[in-house]
Structure formats: C-alpha cells, structure tokens
Design a binder for this molecule. Sequence first.
Ligand SMILES: [Zn+2]
Length: 205
Amino acid sequence: MVEHAKKRISENMSDPKQVVDSEGSSSDETEQLNRECFFHIGNTRYLKGTFWDGEWNIHIRQYEWSATGMLYPTKVGIVLSLVRWAEILCHLKTIEETMSEIREGKTVKMFTHLGGNIYMSVGSPYHVVDIRQWWIPDGKEDLKPTRKGIALKFKEWQSLMKCVDELAKEIPEIEQTKPCSFGTDHSNQLSALQCKNCYPNEPIF
Ligand SMILES: [Zn+2]
C-alpha cells in the first residue's frame, strides 16, 4: 500500500511553480500547467503526462531535490508516446502474473517491444519492471540496452498501476489510442514490416 500513489506533485510541495521541467525553465505558465499532470509513484519517481506540440507524451522519471529545494528531473527515465503507453496497457495482466511467479521464486522472463526499440522487461530473480531504450550496434545482430530507461521496483510499478485510471481521466486521448499493431495497415505482414515503430531495425540479410 503506497499512500502517496495518487498525490500529484503539486500537492506534495509548497509551491508547484518550483517544479522545473527538463529544459530547466520554470513551469509557471498557466497554459503549460493545464497541460501537464503528475503522479507520485514512490521515492522521487513520478508519472507525468505532458501535452506539447499537439501530442501527449507519458514520462516515467526519477527526480532529485536540489540544495535549494527544487525538484529536478534526472536522466533516469523514459518517454512514451500514447501508442507505446497503449502497448503497456495491453500487457498488464501478463506483467502481474510474471511478477507473482518471480515472488514465488520461479524462473521466468518477459520481454515486450513497446515500439522504436523500447522494451519492457521483467525477469527473475530481479524484482523490477524495466522500461528501456535498446539498440543494435552497427554490424551486430543483438539488441543491447542503453542507459536511457528506468527500472521500477515492484512497489513503484504497483503505484504506477494505481495511477492508470487517473491518468486516463486527465488524458482522454488514451482511451482512443490503440497499440500500433492494431492498425489496419498491420493486418498484412508485408505492410506491417514497413512500420518503423514496430520494426525499427534494418533487416539483416
Ligand atoms: Zn507498427
């Protein structure tokens, strides 16, 4: 039970204007505040929705307090489009089951592509859900993890899950967004292979 799961960042702070965005500028413009939503998921980690340039993005990120009492985003985190967030939502049951099996000491692994070489993985014996950018180095065939991502402890993942409905209320577009593979252009395998989100790597012949 995480008490602060649904608390927004502004409620945890004396002055919401102290939140500093990733560009380092203070988010004190009313317009911008109206188009953002924050949810605390434990420790100094937050789920955040931002509307920018006509698009919503979902951020899962670790923040840090500065000496002057400002909350800054760190490099630990990931940004997901609504399509990639929709992909996560499709796998919630499998993640829960995998987590239970790991708690029981079973040897299991789940590795799911969210699009654009961002993968969500859960594997024993680690009690984390990792959401991370991967890549294939030149001349190689295997995917390698990058440092761009976040490994959520099971407790943080559960807090994140408690925010899913609330996030969908803040961002009604979530309900209308389906995973990339649900698109009609993906019903035929040849056209699906053209999708750079689902198949971001050059084919190796
Ligand atoms: Zn696709």
